[in-house]
Write a protein that binds this ligand. Structure first.
Ligand SMILES: C[S@@+](CC[C@H](N)C(=O)[O-])C[C@H]1O[C@@H](n2cnc3c(N)ncnc32)[C@H](O)[C@@H]1O
Length: 237
């Protein structure tokens, strides 16, 4: 996954203009409108902990999980007082329930196939308190994703220069994105390569997964950075 490049993740998405603070503020607003007393929040696929830091700033008591050991280490060093577990979204069991579970910026697409998406959504639903809400920001679906798209992002900091180039491919319902990195620090120049494989799940697949997990399903009017959609589901009270 991100094991080779986790250390550069925040710099890349800062260069891209990803608005973690704004996203957390709109989600916190939605959560508190739905559940005025909500305090406990779990981020599944929390990455480097950027959303966790913002939710904590907004008064939530937060926990996170991620399946990439380097991401977990970065989140723990950003938030030493927060519990961040190394765990897989399809199997995790924390022994705690939350008012809100969020899984943002396409984490659920890493399930790759609907059967594993169902397992991940079921695990998330199991961690909701009665009446609690799951909010998922999916990756692109098969109608939005395009193979053969090239992309580049550049980081230009005094002691860190990165060029990340990518080319999208597709095999059936799986999107494959090959990322090539050229990273320059004071230690030297490094070339890195990563392949990400993601399920191009559509709204119907999410609706089926939420429903099978006993949740309601609702596309939200809220949009994340880069215009990405959000889905919400509630546990019965
Ligand atoms: C695109 S990143 C999003 C990270 C973070 N939510 C954000 O908004 O920056 C996807 C994250 O999902 C994590 N991930 C991928 N597969 C996972 C799995 N099976 N269980 C838990 N986390 C997973 C990756 O390690 C990565 O941190």
């Amino acid at each position: 996954m991100f094991t080779q490049t986790a250390a550069f993740y925040d710099a890349i998405y800062a260069a891209r203009g990803k608005d973690y603070a704004g996203e957390a503020e709109s989600l916190a607003g939605w959560i508190r409108d739905a559940m005025p007393d909500a305090t406990r929040l779990l981020d599944v696929g929390c990455g480097t902990g950027a959303h966790l830091a913002e939710f904590a700033r907004l008064g939530f008591s937060v926990r996170g999980i991620d399946a990439d050991v380097k991401m977990v280490a970065l989140a723990r060093s950003r938030l030493p007082e927060v519990e961040v577990e190394f765990a897989d979204m399809t199997t995790f069991a924390l022994g705690e329930r939350f008012d809100a579970v969020v899984s943002l910026f396409g984490t659920t697409a890493y399930a790759r196939i609907p059967k594993h998406l169902d397992a991940a959504i079921a695990r998330m639903a199991e961690h909701l308190a009665p009446g609690g809400a799951l909010i998922v920001e999916p990756f692109l679906d098969a109608t939005e994703y395009r193979p053969g798209v090239i992309d580049a992002v550049f980081v230009d900091q005094p002691a860190l220069k990165i060029a990340r180039m990518s080319l999208s491919k597709q095999m059936g319902k799986i999107g494959i994105i090959d990322f090539h990195y050229l990273v320059t620090t004071l230690q030297g120049v490094e070339r890195l390569f990563e392949r990400h494989e993601v399920g191009l799940f559509g709204e119907a697949t999410y609706r089926a997964a939420f429903t099978a997990a006993g949740l309601t399903f609702e596309p939200l009017a809220l949009r994340a950075s880069f215009g990405r959609r959000m889905y919400a589901g509630r546990q019965p009270p």
